[in-house]
Design a protein around this ligand. Structure first.
Ligand SMILES: Cc1cc2nc3c(=O)[nH]c(=O)nc-3n(C[C@H](O)[C@H](O)[C@H](O)COP(=O)(O)OP(=O)(O)OC[C@H]3O[C@@H](n4cnc5c(N)ncnc54)[C@H](O)[C@@H]3O)c2cc1C
Ligand SMILES: *[C@@H]1O[C@H](CO)[C@@H](O)[C@H](O)[C@H]1NC(C)=O
Ligand SMILES: *[C@@H]1O[C@H](CO)[C@@H](O)[C@H](O)[C@H]1NC(C)=O
Length: 499
């Protein structure tokens, strides 16, 4: 009796020991280390939130900047979605197919159609996720260039969309991190400089410089690059798009393509790196014309009815709602080459629709409210008052397609304007804005390797502007924030399966 009890005890002990050992092994093997997310823009915030809230998978979020948000915090027009509740409420007819068609058309044969399909199909759930998880209203719509329906969402209220979204998502992370610093850890002033791979090519950690510049390593089997584009880096522009290095940019100084460089050095494939989006409208600050960094004149300004006038003739010269590349080309080819400038003119109705933003531009001295008559003198236009009034009237009168093939005219000037009528006006110039190219990913947000037998990287993911192939040769306005949410969620969902 005693002996058999003893034997059972020994068996049970061995069994328990094996279980413990197995668990130990699987902890190292099976990636129980926190996921490392690099970059705290919308892609990184989405990935982190999804991992910790839905799956309780621990995350360390690193950013080299001193504050959260990257370029995402500056987004001013909004985020795309087709077949959303907001569209339904506002009785807008739209479909995934239509959104995909617009995206593929804008991409001009470049990029990866499978990713575009994912982007557009998942847009409904992306908007829904933001609305339900973070209480974001996203109840207003604008129709931006190249879109065949109003589908760029923003919230009524005072905050611009990028700021509002980043604030909501980062608040949730901070709340959780203050309660459970293992589940969520945020490390700012921490610059990732390299990754570490084992002999199988599986990622085992990231190397970063801490706030004091010391080289450190953070072990992890799953790393998500959300480090943004390279629009601020003259070196990278010189390498991939040398024609553009003389243009100013809207991108923050942290936008230097670190992820693209680190990953490609480690064998990742790059795609469409030469496809850099020039946004037609960066504001020229009249007190600081030469500054290389420019405030963006949000595309919503044109989407809501702003028009562009030639800076010497005072005539319209383009379809303001064409895609960004086309409007840019018209500014560059039709306006004087020496300063590539045009006037952005908005009616009182546009102001009513976009009041907080325009007030902000006015406070920064980038937009002024003046009577039509003063435009001629202030900007040295070679036109007469009646001609200028007529030009604006003509624009308001168009109800079929105009001579620039523009059909949608909203918030235009009405027929009884005069030289006394006030307009809102700013000077704009094309700016480097977004890098379509980047690290090649598949529809699971996994990084694709070149010359590798396994093709897919092991444990490396990318989401947001650092990745390439989602927009081809030209990104539609509002699709960048969307790509952050769609592919950030996908990365998180795929990683969570491993835990
Ligand atoms: C002015 C402006 C307005 C825009 N408006 C819109 C809009 O209305 N709608 C839209 O869809 N898109 C818009 N865009 C584009 C969009 O904002 C960006 O493309 C998008 O936010 C990119 O998000 P992300 O998360 O990929 O990168 P980001 O938001 O740029 O974040 C990247 C982060 O990674 C960090 N990082 C970089 N390298 C390292 C490193 N080595 N180590 C650690 N951290 C690192 C950076 O510090 C940064 O915080 C706008 C862009 C600008 C500049
Ligand atoms: C950086 O240096 C300061 C001052 O010596 C120290 O308090 C801080 O802990 C250091 N940071 C890290 C991450 O080691
Ligand atoms: C306005 O339109 C009329 C008729 O379409 C045209 O004759 C006139 O030149 C236009 N005026 C301007 C200023 O373009």
């Amino acid at each position: 009796m005693v002996r058999s009890v003893r034997r059972v005890f020994i068996y049970v002990s061995i069994f328990v020991l094996i279980l413990i050992l197995k668990r130990q092994l699987s902890t190292t093997d099976q990636m129980k280390q926190p996921v490392v997310v690099i970059g705290s823009g919308l892609a990184g915030l989405t990935t982190s939130n999804r991992l910790i809230s839905k799956f309780k998978v621990p995350v360390v979020l690193l950013d080299k900047a001193a504050s959260i948000g990257g370029n995402s915090i500056k987004a001013s027009s909004g985020i795309n979605g087709a077949q959303t509740d907001t569209q339904q409420e506002l009785k807008v007819m739209d479909t995934h197919e239509l959104f995909l068609e617009d995206t593929v058309h804008s991409a001009k044969g470049r990029g990866i159609p499978l990713l575009m399909d994912k982007l557009t199909k998942e847009s409904t759930s992306a908007i829904k996720w933001l609305q339900t998880e973070f209480n974001l209203k996203l109840d207003l719509l604008a129709q931006l260039g190249g879109h065949s329906a109003p589908r760029t969402h923003r919230s009524s209220g005072k905050l611009p969309p990028g700021f509002e979204i980043v604030q909501a998502l980062s608040k949730k992370l901070k709340d959780i991190s203050s309660k459970d610093s293992y589940l969520m850890k945020i490390m700012l002033n921490s610059e990732v400089v390299d990754i570490e791979l084992n002999n199988d090519g599986h990622v085992t950690g990231v190397i970063y410089l801490d706030e004091n510049g010391s080289r450190k390593i953070l072990k992890s089997q799953n790393v998500v690059f959300c480090s943004g584009g390279f629009g601020f880096s003259k070196d990278m522009l010189r390498e991939f798009s040398p024609d553009l290095i003389h243009l100013p940019t809207t991108n923050g100084k942290q936008t230097t393509g670190d992820g693209q460089k680190i990953l490609s050095k480690s064998g990742a494939e790059l795609i469409d790196m030469d496809q850099v989006q020039v946004h037609p409208t960066g504001f020229i600050d009249p007190n600081d014309r030469k500054n290389n960094w420019k405030f963006l004149a949000a595309e919503a300004l044109r989407g809501l009815g702003g028009i562009l006038l030639h800076p010497t003739t005072g005539r319209r010269f383009t379809n303001e709602l064409n895609t960004r590349d086309a409007v840019t080309m018209d500014i560059q080819s039709k306006c004087p080459r020496n300063d590539n400038r045009a006037l952005l003119v908005m009616s009182e109705k546009v102001y009513d629709k976009y009041t907080n933003n325009i007030n902000f531009y006015m406070a920064k001295n980038l937009v002024k409210k003046v009577p039509i008559r003063d435009l001629i003198q202030n900007y040295d236009l070679q036109t007469t008052e009646p001609d200028l009034v007529n030009e604006l009237k003509n624009y308001s009168d168009v109800n079929t397609k105009d001579k620039f093939d523009r059909s949608l005219i909203i918030n235009a000037f009405d027929g009884n304007i005069s030289p006394e009528t006030s307009v809102y006006v700013g000077e704009i110039t094309p700016v480097v804005h977004f890098t379509m190219g980047g690290v090649k990913i598949n529809e699971n947000s996994q990084v694709i390797m070149k010359n590798s037998e396994s093709v897919l990287s092991k444990g490396l993911y990318a989401a947001g502007e650092v990745s390439g192939g989602v927009h081809g040769a030209n990104r539609l306005g509002g699709s960048s924030l969307l790509e952050c949410v769609v592919f950030g969620k996908i990365a998180a969902d795929n990683i969570a399966k491993l835990y």
